[in-house]
Design a protein around this ligand. Structure first.
Ligand SMILES: [Fe+2]
Length: 278
């Protein structure tokens, strides 16, 4: 069975995946909003403690080095063993003294620096879309659609690290789930150029950049042609989802309206469950 949990973390992103192999994977993390009065948000560590107690994180994938994707890394590292740590090649620097202004914590950035420069534990993986699949992600059928070397170069040159975001496809029992990271329009065009239309087709699409219209590239997304779109968005934020509504004939699930959203895929079941129904 494959389980994909899209957590309602507020501003950022956190997707927890339990692969049929048993490998627990966390794609991005954000706990920067959970101290606010809004107690409806999900603390990712609490989620792991209730649903996957004591399990090590076989892989943590940081789609790109922005704080709304790594807040809580310090807590996660304290609580769990991280076996493989996926990172991208970049030279981003942040002013740690100003970090509190965005509600972010220096401890998370420092933990990130420590993890990404680890010599052996965790194993640091920086992989590009055209690398030959290695056994430890091939067996979980993770296909890397982005970044390319060109996009990494572009991200570092422009200091817009969304260009270098991981975009990943996972597949089980004929169901394909596309995780869009914060990939930009440029990145989507390059994905289409590099992989072709058929590689983009997915049943479930996690919208890039929290559903921002700035990252919508319809000429590419029409080849994804998903039944369902999931948007990790926060309360008080009102992106216009009209393009996603027209893209997904079944449903657009946003975490701010539906809470935690879970996709279960097995031979017998292919189903979404949402914490709240509206
Ligand atoms: Fe983001």
């Amino acid at each position: 069975m494959l389980k994909v949990h899209f957590l309602n973390v507020g501003k950022g992103n956190c997707v927890v995946i339990k692969f049929p192999s048993g490998h627990l994977t966390v794609v991005d993390i954000d706990n920067s909003q959970i101290d606010e009065e809004n107690d409806t948000l999900q603390d990712p560590i609490e989620f792991l403690n209730s649903n996957y107690p004591g399990e090590s994180v076989f892989r943590f994938i940081l789609t790109h080095p922005d704080m709304d994707h790594m807040s809580g890394l310090h807590e996660l590292h304290k609580n769990r063993t991280i076996v493989n740590f996926w990172d991208i090649e970049h030279a981003k620097k942040v002013d740690v003294d100003k970090m509190g202004l965005g509600g972010y914590s220096k401890a998370d950035w420092d933990t990130y620096q420590k993890l990404r420069s680890a010599k052996e534990s965790p194993t640091v993986i920086r992989v590009l879309h055209d690398h030959i699949p290695k056994s430890y992600w091939k067996e979980d059928r993770i296909k890397i659609l982005s970044p390319s070397a060109e996009l990494i170069k572009h991200a570092n040159k422009t200091e817009e690290y969304n260009h270098g975001s991981y975009v990943l496809m996972i597949e089980h029992e004929g169901i394909r789930v596309l995780l869009g990271g914060d990939a930009t329009k440029e990145a989507w065009r390059e994905i289409l150029k590099n992989h072709g239309k058929a590689a983009l087709k997915a049943d479930v699409f996690l919208a890039p950049h929290h559903g921002s219209p700035d990252n919508v590239e319809m000429d590419v997304f029409k080849h994804i042609a998903p039944q369902y779109v999931v948007v990790s968005d926060h309360r008080g934020h009102s992106y216009d989802y009209s393009s996603y509504n027209s893209l997904a004939p079944e449903k657009v699930y946003s975490t701010k309206h539906y809470g935690n959203i879970e996709l279960t895929v097995s031979k017998a079941t292919k189903a979404f469950t949402a914490e709240k129904n509206i």
